[in-house]
Design a binder for this molecule. Structure first.
Ligand code: F3S
Length: 648
């Protein structure tokens, strides 16, 4: 039987397991990437593992999420990251050089290679045939030390694209259509492989918009086959020699097939406050807009900003709103400036920003209270923009620019008729020619030892798993709790990301402000949640901080993939409960795991009995591989890896 492309790349990198869907496999990692909010902990953990040098073919550290320097803490973090990259042999991308996924795509992403990144949108270069997976920082540190990365073998689903996109529809509409059909949970345990004539018709930047936002489906990764378009893109980036032809076998067997006819796609929009709340733009037309943002790792490329720039040229954005364009990389920004597009946008009333994630995680350009913000980003979770009562819509650059001109949500096809606009299409430059001044290559490193300012703390360590877990249900939460709920990424909180003692004061503060204080007073306890607990970013702080506060177990109806791995990595027991148990258990209830926990985890026991308020009992399940059980028993991945290193 033939293989899918995912299976081919995994087979080439397999060190453990046998590609049976649902079973754990270990794979070799060729490249790792880190961003600034997760990177400090990666390097502190790398240091704690007593490793000398990055062992992967390539490691790259980016400074992109928090580039505005409000006080010394963030600058200290960036200096630490530069020193760590220099000390351990990684490339370093300075603040302002752009978003990790954009810069990585431009400079390092390579077909057929594996990439592990401490950011949930790491799958972006799947658009040029790289198998890229997001993971927690500790997994990155171990992979960078030469260890395998372990993941559940995903099911491979074929997304067959037919036809071609009509004018005014875009790659963003393809992934929004996927979200509309499959929802934010539809990709869990899956890789989506895009094939068919529609896939062939898309440029690499369009493909990476789709693979980037596959993360919102909960997918392990998303992938396109490589072809002349991939080769052409790499050649235009000056890296044509890195092209490799990669296709699935003709008789490859997929777990499922989804068919999308591109010619039937109309402009779509995700309404507040979930990326799968998708409707045609025309259904929400007329809604007044106060802010429009074009940028992010999804739609911040040269090819994304250019259509918006063409649309606003010789026009004026509506007086009551602000339109901000933050190119995803300095390469994109420089090229747009050289070609005169930046001046055209400025003349139209656009506020052109530096290349940063910033507003995507509520750092800068926070919307006004109770207003509508239209963004070309990938997430619109409530409060992520930096204000609780936000109304964030997600759309393509074309829809965003149309709204900026009209002052309200409008189907760009209607506005085109009204203003006589031509459909801007997607255009690649003859040659990508941004400078490389902000990339410090490993061989040109300027540091050879770590520089730790006062904001750089220690990596917290957990004791080995004990036999008893009992305590109060300190918080009962709903479905789809995100890592933004657990540890918000706004600048006032994020500045403590390298200092867990301080950061943990903000744990779950967006759900309950008293939580951290109550957890500290209790000294231990459990959390209860509904479906899809921990969706969103890869930030391991969302497991590290609860661990620091004494949380020993999370009882949820289901868990998001990366967060579940992070819970194991930090010694917190993730137990699955059914709907009935979830409904019955209340905040404040005392929960006791009846079994000898350490013994049960070690022995491979799946069913655990929980006793609530010494009154009623229910079953909770531990779905964990042998390796994950060893991690839990040791109190987390760091203690286990250290033990293994010491024991030879
Ligand atoms: Fe940055 Fe937002 Fe992407 S935080 S990496 S632009 S999802």
């Amino acid at each position: 039987m033939g293989q899918t492309l995912t299976e081919k790349i995994l087979s080439d990198h397999l060190v453990e397991g046998d590609l049976t869907p649902g079973e754990e496999i270990g794979i070799e990692i060729d490249q790792v990437l880190m961003q600034d909010t997760t990177g400090t902990m990666v390097w502190l953990q790398f240091e704690a593992l007593d490793l000398d040098e990055a062992q992967t073919e390539l490691a790259a550290q980016y400074c992109d999420h928090q580039t505005y320097q409000f006080d010394f803490k963030n600058t200290d973090d960036h200096r630490f990251l530069r020193s760590a990259a220099g000390t351990y042999g990684a490339h370093f991308s300075r603040p302002g050089n752009g978003i990790c996924h954009n810069v990585h795509k431009e400079n390092f992403a390579a077909p057929g290679k594996t990439l592990l990144g401490s950011d949930s949108h790491t799958p972006t270069p799947g658009g040029l045939g790289q198998l890229a997976i997001g993971a927690g920082g500790l997994d990155i540190a171990v992979a960078m030390g030469g260890g395998a990365y372990y993941v559940e073998m995903p099911e491979v689903v074929n997304v067959r694209l037919e036809g071609e996109l009509p004018e005014w529809s875009s790659a963003k509409d393809v992934i929004l259509e996927m979200l509309r059909r499959e929802t934010v949970k539809g990709g869990v345990g899956k890789v989506f492989e895009y094939t068919g004539p529609g896939a062939e018709s898309l440029t690499v930047p369009e493909r990476t918009t789709i693979t980037n936002m596959g993360t919102e489906l909960g997918a392990t990764s998303s992938l396109f086959e490589t072809d002349e378009k991939t080769k052409d893109y790499l050649e235009r980036q000056g890296r044509g020699d890195e092209y490799v032809e990669l296709t699935a076998d003709d008789d490859a067997e997929y777990a499922d097939e989804i068919v999308i006819d591109l010619s039937e796609l109309e402009p779509l929009i995700a309404c507040p406050s979930m990326p799968d709340n998708v409707v045609p733009v025309r259904e929400v037309a007329g809604e007044k807009v106060e802010q429009v943002l074009v940028g992010s790792c999804t739609n911040g490329g040269y090819e994304d900003v250019l259509p918006a720039a063409k649309m606003v040229k010789d026009q004026e954005v509506a007086k009551h709103l602000e339109m901000i364009v933050a190119p995803g990389s300095k390469q994109a920004g420089e090229m747009l400036a050289r070609e005169g597009w930046t001046a055209e946008m400025m003349a139209a009333g656009v506020n052109v920003s530096e290349a940063t994630c910033g507003p995507c995680i509520g750092i800068g350009h926070v919307p006004a209270s109770d207003s509508v913000s239209l963004r070309t980003f990938n997430r619109n979770f409530e409060g992520r923009s930096g204000i609780e009562d936000d109304n964030v819509y997600l759309c393509s650059p074309q829809v965003a620019a149309a709204a900026a001109l009209k002052g309200e949500i409008v189907d760009p096809r209607d506005l085109a008729d009204e203003l006589g606009l031509d459909a801007p299409g997607v255009e690649l430059p003859d040659k990508y020619d941004g400078s490389k001044t902000d990339l410090i290559y490993a061989e040109d490193a300027i540091d050879d030892e770590l520089i730790k300012g006062p904001n750089i703390g220690e990596v917290p360590l957990q004791d080995p798993l004990g036999s008893d877990i009992s305590g109060e249900t300190l918080l009962k939460m709903e479905d789809n709790i995100t890592t933004d709920h657990i540890i918000p990424a706004t600048s006032d909180i994020l500045k403590f990301r390298s200092n867990i003692e301080r950061l943990s004061d903000f744990t779950l503060s967006r759900v309950d402000e008293t939580f951290a204080q109550r957890a500290k007073e209790a000294g231990s306890g459990v959390l209860v949640a509904g479906e899809n607990y921990g969706q969103g970013s890869s930030r391991e702080h969302a497991a590290m901080c609860p661990m620091y506060l004494g949380i020993e177990a999370v009882l949820a109806q289901s868990f998001a993939r990366i967060h579940k791995a992070n819970l194991f990595n930090f010694g917190i027991v993730p137990l699955a409960i059914d709907e009935e148990t979830y409904a019955k258990i209340e905040q404040g209830d005392d929960v006791e795991i009846v079994d000898d926990v350490a013994e049960a985890v070690e022995s491979g026991q799946e069913e655990f009995t929980i006793r609530v308020n010494d009154d009623w009992e229910a079953t909770a399940n531990l779905h964990a591989s042998e390796r994950e059980r060893r991690i839990l028993t040791a109190g987390g991945k760091l203690p286990l890896t250290k033990q293994q290193a010491e024991g030879g």
